[in-house]
Design a protein around this ligand. Structure first.
Ligand code: PBG
Length: 326
């Protein structure tokens, strides 16, 4: 039947009707707040290219994480960085490193908050690359060993979930094996399985002080032109033992999120990255977009594409907006 007997507008006439037939939802329980921890005390350092996001020292981090949890957000994704950098990024697996100390403080103060840690070397290497560089190229297998050490040090300090974001081959299998060997069978792996070489990470690299000193990340991150290859990455990480997989960025890769959801058989996360956040923020600050409406629409679209949960810098704010509405 078609018009005039079929009129799709009938079910759009009131908010109650629209609510009855609404297919997807967004709730604070679906969100993860990324946070940046730095050494020192009393530090609350705004990141110019990410309005509303600060780099925090440990006490400030714990306080703010408490507010995030209080808004109904169940998890944070923790990033650290260090001014003491070397060629192996060894600050990343230092038991007294800032992430490890922050983990202990978070777990003591907020035992119910899920803490996910980013596992990478780029904020700790003197060249800013995500791995150990030999003859101008990242040595995959040496890097995988270093990343496994990072994951274990995070697990030992109390991480609930480790999230390798480096895109080396074979790192999920190695991390799973070594976590189990070292007595951490309960620590989950959220793999950044389909991470693209994206221009939208720019603001993050200011925040984490992790921009490569030369070259780019095209030798390991996915080519934005490819989607079949992303599915292969996802399936390999699942075979290697990933408990959940992530697609990153989110908004420009919704097709990849959908394919991952259809094929992976494990929970799928999507990461709305720094550039996606800052673009909405900048437009809103100019009065060109309604921040709340644009942010919530972007997040709902990511859910509609199949993401079970979303890592987003809007998490805390969105939880407050959503809480006020419901
Ligand atoms: C580390 C890492 C990056 C991001 C998350 N983990 C940067 C990169 O790959 O250069 C980006 C996050 C964002 O832009 O919000 N490898």
């Amino acid at each position: 039947m078609s018009f005039p007997s079929t009129r799709l507008r009938r079910l759009r006439r009131t908010e109650s009707l629209r609510g009855l037939v609404r297919e997807n939802s967004l709730s604070p329980a679906d969100l993860v707040q990324p946070m940046f921890v730095v050494a020192g005390s009393g530090v609350r350092q705004p990141i110019d290219s990410m309005p509303g996001i600060d780099r925090l020292s440990i006490a400030e981090l714990v306080e703010e994480a408490g507010e995030v949890a209080g808004a109904g957000v169940p998890a944070i994704l923790l990033f650290g960085s260090s001014s003491e950098k070397d060629e192996a990024g060894s600050g990343a697996f230092d038991d007294e490193g800032v992430v490890q100390m922050a983990l202990r403080a978070l777990k003591e103060a907020l035992p119910d908050l899920v803490v996910i840690t980013d596992v990478c070397l780029c904020a700790y290497t003197d060249h800013g690359h995500c791995g150990f560089v030999r003859d101008g190229e990242i040595d995959n297998d040496v890097t995988v060993e270093l990343l496994s050490k990072v994951a274990i040090s995070h697990a030992e300090a109390g991480a609930d979930v480790v999230a390798p974001s480096d895109m080396m081959d074979g790192r999920v299998g190695s991390i799973r094996y070594q976590l189990d060997e070292e007595g951490h069978p309960g620590v989950a792996i959220l793999s950044y399985a389909a991470k693209y070489r994206s221009a939208f990470y720019g603001p993050f690299r200011d925040a984490a002080d992790s921009a490569p000193a030369s070259g780019d990340r095209a030798g390991h991150q996915l080519d934005p032109a490819n989607a079949d290859e992303a599915v292969r990455e996802v399936m390999l990480d699942v075979e290697e033992g990933a408990d959940a997989v992530m697609v990153k960025p989110a908004g420009y890769y919704l097709d990849v999120v959908r394919r991952a959801k259809d094929e992976a058989g494990v929970p799928v996360a999507a990461y709305q990255v720094s550039g996606e956040y800052s673009a909405i923020k900048a437009a809103a600050d100019n009065g060109w977009l309604d921040e709340r409406a644009a942010a919530l629409e972007s997040l709902l679209s990511i859910r509609r594409s199949g993401a079970d949960f979303i890592v987003t810098y809007f998490a805390r704010q969105a939880a407050q907006w959503l809480g006020r509405d419901s």
